[in-house]
Design a protein around this ligand. Structure first.
Ligand code: GLY
Ligand code: MN
Ligand code: MN
Length: 463
């Protein structure tokens, strides 16, 4: 945990921004795999971690803004529990580390909320993404599950997003510690991705790296020679000479902070000429996007800029024709780059997505564009110092999409379909780094992971 003063100050600011009423936070429960006692590794809710730092299941907290009171609710372990799970410090002792002096058993939570409901006091809640917490709210606030979404507190969401979006030095140090694990994961993957090796062997080697460093994966690893499938979690292919593998993976520190890095690896150590050409375009798009990222620029415009770089590169290869800016305006880039350029990152790899993507990435005036491709851009609003975001352009040749567009002759004035079809077996290239927006620009976080063609080839051909 951070120092108690960190959590005290975060909650003070939250109280002052939300203004009045009660704030109810639900921590997460253990999640069964196939029966109650066989569980997925426990992951605390990120907002609960942010404001209370307590990383154990079965907790809830209430902040009474008007009374200036804060209480964490939870039950201490019984001897029966201790026999199976071992001893734990009492809740009251753990709460001191978060600067909380008031604790109570879970049976008191219902009474506190019932009293508040009886007095028609406002109870602020966040959107819920776990069914067991939906059921708890149903019970605690006597509200049918379908009504919960209408009852979530916009002022609480906005206050949480405003605080969590700007990372402190302590948080940046955590993210850089996750990135140290990413460095080891990515460079190991480059070294062991040889012909005859299965994708799952590389995925396993990367998971071993995080487990051995007291971390865990920040999301299920994407490691695939079919990088054209954006979130490909299948690891069953044996790699061959000439393949390229997209390695989109990340680590999470013991305090819950994420990294999210993608490299595209030539299996056996060398890219073909055709692979180099596509890789160089994606790298240029990433470099231009990183150069452009600074306070006040709207990220949707950085996405547009990266899309234009991708389209002009593809034009040089003869796949696209016409003016690059006009082609992007017409949506031509989305045949090759179907997703967004990046997202916020912090305690969640897609930070705060559970609170509602539009609260995190858009504003009352900067709205998400519903068009194909653009609608997958999670972050469109202006950047601010302290934001940590990913920059992850890519080129993906998806045969089914190419066939569909060709059949419709979609944007045919800009697309040379005969040339594009020759790339149907290409796969995909993605390059992703995590950056911190500073007062004047941005910096790439973490120790540099090989990114240029020469550096990736050198690392991939080393033993
Ligand atoms: N790891 C998924 C992503 O890059 O957003
Ligand atoms: Mn990623
Ligand atoms: Mn990402």
């Amino acid at each position: 945990m951070f120092a108690p003063s960190v959590y005290i100050e975060r909650r003070r600011r939250l109280r002052s921004e939300v203004g009045s009423g009660l704030i109810l936070f639900l921590g997460n429960e253990q999640s069964p795999i196939n029966y109650r006692d066989n569980q997925y590794p426990f992951r605390q809710d990120s907002s609960f971690l942010y404001f209370f730092g307590l990383d154990c299941p079965g907790l809830a907290a209430v902040i009474d803004i008007d009374q200036g009171a804060e209480c964490v609710f939870g039950d201490d372990l019984t001897v029966d529990d201790i026999i199976w799970t071992g001893p734990q410090p009492p809740l009251a002792e753990k709460c001191q580390e978060a600067g909380i002096s008031e604790t109570a058993g879970l049976d008191k939570l219902g009474l506190v909320l019932e009293r508040a409901v009886g007095r028609a006091r406002q109870i602020h809640i966040l959107p819920q993404y776990r069914p067991e917490n939906v059921l708890k709210i149903q019970q605690l606030l006597a509200m049918p599950p379908a009504a919960i979404q209408d009852h979530v507190s916009e002022s609480l969401i906005k206050a949480v997003v405003a605080q969590r979006s700007v990372k402190s030095d302590d948080e940046i140090a955590q993210i850089e510690s996750a990135l140290e694990m990413s460095y080891a994961m990515q460079t190991t993957a480059m070294k062991i991705s040889k012909p005859g090796v299965y994708e799952r062997e590389v995925a396993a080697a990367m998971e071993q790296i995080v487990l051995a460093r007291a971390g865990r994966l920040s999301f299920p690893t994407i490691f695939s020679i079919h990088g054209e499938t954006l979130h490909n979690h299948h690891h069953g292919n044996m790699m061959k000479a000439g393949d390229i593998a997209v390695n989109d993976s990340g680590a999470e520190t013991p305090l819950g902070y994420a990294s999210d890095i993608t490299r595209t690896i030539p299996v056996g150590g060398e890219f073909s000429q055709r692979q180099k050409e596509i890789y160089a375009i994606v790298l240029e798009a990433q470099n231009k996007a990183i150069d452009a990222a600074k306070p006040d620029i709207e990220f949707r415009n950085v996405h547009r800029l990266a899309s234009e770089v991708l389209v002009s590169g593809l034009k040089d290869l003869g796949l696209v024709k016409g003016d690059a800016a006009e082609a992007v305006e017409a949506g031509v880039h989305t045949l090759f780059f179907q997703c967004g350029l990046g997202h916020m990152m912090g305690l969640d790899v897609h930070d705060m997505e559970g609170l509602g993507e539009d609260y995190v990435g858009y504003t009352d005036t900067i709205k998400r564009n519903p068009e194909f491709g653009w609608r997958s851009l999670r972050l469109g609003k202006a950047l601010e110092p302290g934001f940590v975001i990913t920059v992850e352009p890519g080129i993906y040749f998806i045969p089914e999409l190419i066939d569909r567009w060709k059949a419709e002759q979609k944007n045919a004035q800009y697309i040379n379909y005969d040339a594009v079809e020759k790339y149907s077996d290409f796969g995909g290239v993605r390059i992703e780094d995590d950056i911190l927006v500073t007062e004047t620009g941005c910096r790439i976080l973490g120790k540099p992971i090989p990114r240029t063609i020469d550096d990736v080839e050198a690392m991939s051909s080393s033993a």
